[in-house]
Design a protein around this ligand. Structure first.
Ligand code: GDP
Ligand code: IMO
Ligand code: MG
Length: 431
């Protein structure tokens, strides 16, 4: 399996960082293909915890080639700080490469993200306010500034001056706030440019070359399928394409290069930010899951909304990503419940829906239909094989597999790298 795409199958925070780190041991390259510092990927090795926003979660293996692909929007301030933080902790970051073609987040993108959210009032999206949406807007409007421009002081000055004319007018006339100074941004960003220059490369070419040589490439999605601009709960989505197809666009490889697509599925569901969430728990199960699962945003610290596993959205994720396998995470969080619920369909008026509806109006009126399974009380955080899991837990896994229709290949029973059960080999991992 030389090229494997790992995608979030829900609304993000499924444990992609942990699974990427686990699979990265056997991969030659780890590639981020979309999103930006809205992502927060946690990796725990022993008792050490790392929170990554832009750097791929393969970075904890010394010298591993980790690529920030062309589809990512890069906040250079965050990237430089993240690199310094890792280096201070003794992590070798020499394998990091940044695409010439990636777009740059500028201070006005972050401010626009804030003022646009304020303007939406009660209809706010609950963004991470990292400037992601406005940066992708400029990219699509063909006025974005790319890493390659940042490295060329004249080009950068010219493009920035042109953009600031419009942005400053917008800030002054529409939002009533102060304008940005061209010279101040230039000074700050040209400093980042020098720091980042040695990492910059034609990353698409690096990846394609590696694939030709039969090397193993792991594509690390950020966010999740339900936050995808086209496939998610629009407009309560992010502005990029977290789905598997996004890996081709955001890394620069053809669709036939992809051999497997693994959906990371949390054993329950969480969502941070606004928007519909049919299986959100309204009773004390919500608090139980939040407390046991430590469900607070990695990037923003916001409490995550919690609920039961929803197989309607998972079947949607199977289809739109072409999932070939599932990594089921945070199974240990369900321990201690008398009953575990799985949403199998939605009650919509007199109808039962099994397919995920496109209409938010419909989705908001959907009531989850639950199947209840007996819970388990045994601690599973030390289990290394399926056989070590209690029968009720195994029955839950089997039922999820049946309802979703895709084999479960990995199971996480704790945040640490070693708390992972390999059911089947991906990248030649020991089963
Ligand atoms: P990501 O954005 O998909 O990488 O996920 P986050 O890192 O934002 O959130 C997942 C959280 O759950 C992190 O704090 C992880 O350390 C933690 N985690 C991952 N897998 C497991 C697991 O199997 N069990 C438990 N208890 N925690 C996990
Ligand atoms: P990882 O990679 C969970 C959510 C925000 C908001 C919406 C739009 O850690 O899974 P944005 O700032 O992207 O314009 O916000 O998307 N969101 C995430 N939720 N995990 C993430 O990343 C997210 N990145 C963005 O909360 O609802
Ligand atoms: Mg996260």
């Amino acid at each position: 399996m030389p090229a494997v795409v790992l995608v979030g199958a829900q609304w993000g925070d499924e444990g992609k960082g942990k699974i990427t780190d686990y699979l990265a041991e056997k991969a030659d390259l780890v590639v981020r293909y979309q999103g930006g510092s809205n992502a927060g990927h946690t990796v725990k090795v022993g008792e050490e915890e790392f929170k990554l926003h832009l750097v791929p979660s393969g970075i904890l293996y010394p010298g591993k080639i980790c690529i920030i692909g062309n589809g990512v929007v890069v906040d250079p301030q965050v990237l430089v700080a993240e690199l310094e933080g890792l280096e201070r902790r003794g992590i070798d970051t020499s394998g990091l490469r940044l695409s010439y073609r990636a777009h740059v987040i500028l201070p006005y993108h972050k401010r626009l993200d804030e003022v646009e959210e304020e303007r939406r009032g009660a209809g706010r999206l609950g963004t991470t306010r990292r400037g992601i949406g406005p940066a992708y807007v400029d990219k699509a409007a063909r006025m974005g500034i790319r890493v390659i421009d940042l490295l060329d002081p004249e080009e950068f000055r010219e493009k920035l001056a042109f953009n600031l004319k419009e942005k400053n007018e917008l800030f002054i006339k529409v939002y009533g706030c102060s304008p940005y100074s061209l010279e101040e941004i230039l000074e700050e960003y040209l400093g980042y440019a020098e720091r980042l220059r040695p990492l910059v490369a034609d990353t698409g070419r690096l990846i394609n070359q590696a694939l030709r040589e039969g090397k193993k490439v792991l594509f690390e999605g950020a966010q999740g399928t339900l936050l995808d601009l086209d496939q998610g709960t629009y407009p309560y989505v992010t502005s990029s394409y977290p789905v598997a197809g996004g890996a081709c666009i955001g890394a620069g490889v053809g669709p036939k290069a992809i051999d497997a697509v693994i959906g990371v599925v949390k054993a329950y569901t969480t969502r941070v930010g606004e928007g519909p969430f049919p299986s959100e728990a309204k009773d004390n199960a919500s608090e139980y899951l939040r407390r046991r699962g430590a469900e607070y945003g990695t990037t923003t610290g916001r409490p995550r909304r919690c609920g039961w596993l929803d197989t309607v959205i998972l079947r949607h994720a199977v289809e739109v990503n072409g999932l070939t396998g599932i990594a089921l995470t945070k199974l240990d969080v369900l321990t201690g419940l008398d009953v575990v619920r799985i949403c199998t369909g939605y009650q919509y008026g007199g109808e039962v829906l099994y397919d995920f509806p496109a209409s938010l109006k419909v989705l908001q009126k959907c009531e989850p239909i639950y199947e209840e399974l007996p819970g388990w009380q045994e601690d599973i955080t030390q289990a290394h094989t399926l056989e070590e899991l209690p029968p009720a837990c195994r029955a839950y896994i089997r039922r999820v597999e049946e309802l979703v229709g895709v084999p479960i290949k990995l199971i996480a029973v704790g945040p640490r790298r070693d708390q992972t059960i390999a059911v089947t080999n991906i990248f030649g991992q020991e089963g």
